[in-house]
Structures are given as C-alpha cells and as structure tokens.
Design a protein. Structure first.
Length: 149
C-alpha cells in the first residue's frame, strides 16, 4: 500500500512537471506577428505596383504606412523604366514634393499614383523610392521595383 501511494505521488509529480513545461513553452513561443520584422523605425509597410491600361498608359501606384504620425511620408522618387533588350532605361522621373502630392506631412499613411503615357510594344516598370521621416530630409528610404507591364 505504501508502494502504491509512492507511485501515485511520483506519477502526479511527473504529470505536473510535464504540464508546467508545456505551459512554459507555449508562453515563450513568439507569435508570427512578433517574428515579422518591422520595415524601419518610421515605416511599418510599403508597396508599389504598376498597371497598364488598354491605351498604353502606365499607372504606378504606391502605398506606405508609418509606425505613427510622422513628419513626412510618401514617394520621394518614381523612375519609369522601359525595357531595351536585356537592359532597363529610365524614360521619366517624378520627384516627390508635398505640392505634387507624392509626399504628405504629419500623417501615418499615404498612397498615390503617377501616370506615364507608354507606347505599344514596349515593356515598362518603375523604381519607387518610398520615404518616411521626421522631416523631408531626415528619415528612412526603401526602394521598390514594381512588376513589369
């Protein structure tokens, strides 16, 4: 009887230890969101993409989200490139300012678009410099190359 009681206590201790370890492991495991790195100190998310219309207009869209309301946010530069053999050649450059709407002040999100009149038979893409910072000159830039259209 004393042996059965000792075995029962030993089994209870082992079960308790196993549950304690599994609870500790699940509490310590980071979530997928915690594992995802932040884009930068100023930017949480950013993207750019291109769409071509039936009359060969190339629409370049961008979207950027900041970590909080920041001084300046948006697209600092958009360079439209045309495929020339195996190379890409710049055909149009848009420089971002607050007056042309590519940059916005004191906000936490911004998106926009620029339109370039392409020609039939050519392929285009854009290289977009996304920017977020405390001012128009102090911050983080990220470069996104869009899909080819």
């Amino acid at each position: 009887m004393k042996t059965n009681f000792s075995r029962m206590i030993a089994v209870l201790c082992i079960i308790t230890a196993l549950f304690s370890l599994s609870a500790f492991a699940s509490a310590a495991a980071p979530s997928e969101e915690e594992l995802s790195p932040q884009a930068s100190a100023y930017l949480t998310d950013y993207t750019a993409w291109a769409v071509r219309s039936s009359n060969h207009e190339v629409y370049v869209y961008y979207d950027v989200t900041a970590t909080k309301t920041i001084g300046c946010l948006g697209a600092k530069l958009i360079v439209i490139e045309m495929k020339d053999g195996s190379d890409w050649t710049a055909v149009k450059t848009y420089t971002g300012t607050t007056s042309n709407g590519m940059l916005i002040l004191n906000n936490n999100g911004h998106g926009g678009a620029k339109i370039y009149q392409g020609t039939s038979g050519n392929q285009y893409r854009a290289v977009v410099t996304i920017f977020g910072g405390s001012s128009t000159t102090n911050g983080d830039s990220r470069i996104v190359t869009t899909n080819t259209v």
